[in-house]
Ligand binder design. Sequence first.
Ligand code: HEM
Length: 139
Amino acid sequence: MSLTVQQTTIVQSSFRSVLPMSSSAGELFYKRLFEIDPAIAPLFKRGMKEQSEQFMRVLALAVGGLSSISTLAPMVKQLGVRHAGYGVKPEHYDAFRRALLWMLAAILQDAYTEEVREAWSTAYSMIAGIMKEAAWGAP
Ligand code: HEM
């Protein structure tokens, strides 16, 4: 699973529109995630505010690093292994994708085109794939 140069640019430039709204983006994201799968909520032990700030920070790092995935991979692998330790299961990654795309649609509005959706979905698959493989081995 890899991104085209154009998709990388699309993800990075659309993320720049999300950044000024980081805190509402984080809140919207977690609200949606727990609606999709209420069983996920108890896995989060930190306060939502802290969690959502941390998530947006790492998302920013990941988005910035998409063009050099080999540099990013070791960090993403460790993140995947830690997540298994938090009780995260492979199927939770799908709920996470849905909440992420929903949040992007809510924030980007008209700028959330099919092309943007596709680019984010591919970027997420790539990162989630690295995390899952590090935690549970190749599918
Ligand atoms: C691209 C995917 C993801 C990213 C970038 C991400 C990011 C993070 C970060 C930065 C942390 C802070 C702790 C650490 O660095 O180890 C964290 C914790 C956590 N994440 Fe994720 N995550 C992702 C996917 C998921 C998924 C799919 C789930 C499951 C629904 C999940 C559930 C959790 C939980 C339960 C914690 C621990 C919270 C706590 O201890 O209170 N994450 N995540």
